[in-house]
Write a protein of this length. Structure first.
Length: 376
């Protein structure tokens, strides 16, 4: 009888220990999982966590290199302006003084607008929600700022702050594009695209003569006296007087035209910069034109796309609450209310956008052009 009793007691003890261990293990598992619990855990969240280090790198990289990007843009614009005055202006003046005057007037209109909108895009604060106090308009909380977030506001991880009606962070402006400088950013793109097109259009003839025709007519290539001779450059003279000398003696002295060489390089530089900027910024301009026409920002474009899919799955139609129709959207975007006309778009104007960026009218609440026009 002793052996079965012992066996039974040992069995009970094992069962007890097993249950206790199982209990502890499930408790421990729950504790560990609770540390990583997230109600909204999905594939996007998982990817976000995985790509975290890369985001950190891009955020810091963009922040540090911001001033270098702005300096590069300023240097490129300055070089283009100098070359246009040095080569383009005398060429057209010689051809037709009347055409040159018209080109100068039109060119300066583009130039002043480009510089003004770029300067404003860089220096104007895009707008942030007020710190402290109650924000009645808040619709959510920013997890990074631990602060209330009004509609259309998003957190910029480069600037490390919330931005009103945030569109995106622009490294070329070293600034966020938001409620207060969105118009300057877009107008800059309009004028720089028009400006590069203007330079390509009226510089084409100069480039054609200089780089194409003159290349085949070049005396350098057709100079029979140099044929069959090995030549060297005599660098003992000052740079402007460098000459080509036959290696095995002879009487060839051929001056190198440095002015013309620089001219060619400048024209090549202009062709490269203007065509590159025209294509890249032009494509971006079309993208933003479509967004603004639809009354959405770059961030809202993605949000609205997701919403449309969700609504379509339920056989419903999703409407962007900030889309008041193409024409009205543009008037709202350019702040054209009360006595403001399209002249405020085609000439530099520092007028403020409609609304404070905290409170937003929707298609269900009222037309912002009328609602804000009533309030002083
Ligand atoms: Zn924030
Ligand atoms: Zn930013």
């Amino acid at each position: 009888m002793v052996v079965p009793e012992l066996f039974s007691t040992a069995l009970h003890l094992c069962q007890y220990l097993w249950l206790k261990w199982k209990d502890r293990w499930s408790y421990l598992k729950l504790c560990i999982l609770s540390l990583f619990y997230n109600e909204h855990l999905d594939v996007h969240y998982f990817l976000d966590v995985l790509l975290g280090p890369m985001y950190w790198f891009v955020d810091n990289f963009t922040k540090r290199l911001g001033p270098a990007f702005v300096t590069a843009v300023c240097c490129l614009m300055a070089a283009v302006i100098v070359i246009a005055h040095w080569i383009g202006l005398p060429y057209w003046w010689e051809k037709s003084p009347f055409a040159a005057v018209l080109l100068v007037i039109f060119g300066y209109w583009l130039l002043v607008n480009t510089l003004f909108h770029y300067y404003m895009g860089v220096t104007v604060n895009p707008g942030t929600p007020p710190e402290g106090g109650l924000i009645q308009e808040a619709v959510s909380i920013c997890k990074k700022c631990i602060a209330p977030k009004p509609p259309r506001t998003h957190h910029c991880s480069v600037c490390n702050r919330c931005i009103l009606k945030m569109d995106h962070h622009c490294p070329w402006l070293n600034n966020c594009v938001g409620h207060h400088n969105h118009r300057y950013f877009f107008s800059y793109m309009i004028f720089i695209t028009l400006g590069t097109f203007y330079l390509m259009l009226f510089g084409f003839e100069i480039a054609y003569h200089e780089l194409w025709e003159d290349y085949f007519r070049s005396e350098d290539l057709n100079d029979e006296s140099l044929e069959g001779h090995a030549v060297r450059i005599n660098k003992s003279l000052p740079v402007d007087e460098w000459v080509l000398e036959p290696v095995n003696g002879g009487d060839i002295i051929y001056p190198v035209n440095h002015g013309r060489d620089w001219r060619r390089k400048a024209i090549l530089f202009m062709a490269f910069i203007c065509s590159g900027a025209f294509v890249a910024i032009g494509a971006l301009l079309i993208y933003h034109y479509r967004l603004i026409s639809a009354g959405e920002t770059s961030i809202e474009y993605h949000i609205n796309k997701d919403q449309r899919k969700k609504f379509a799955a339920l056989n419903k139609e999703y409407k962007n609450p900030y889309n008041f129709g193409r024409k009205r959207n543009w008037r709202i975007f350019f702040g054209l209310q009360k006595d403001r006309s399209w002249l405020h778009v085609f000439f530099p104007s520092a007028h403020k956008p409609i609304g404070d960026g905290l409170q937003w009218q929707t298609i269900y609440s009222g037309n912002p052009l009328e609602v804000h026009a009533k309030t002083p």
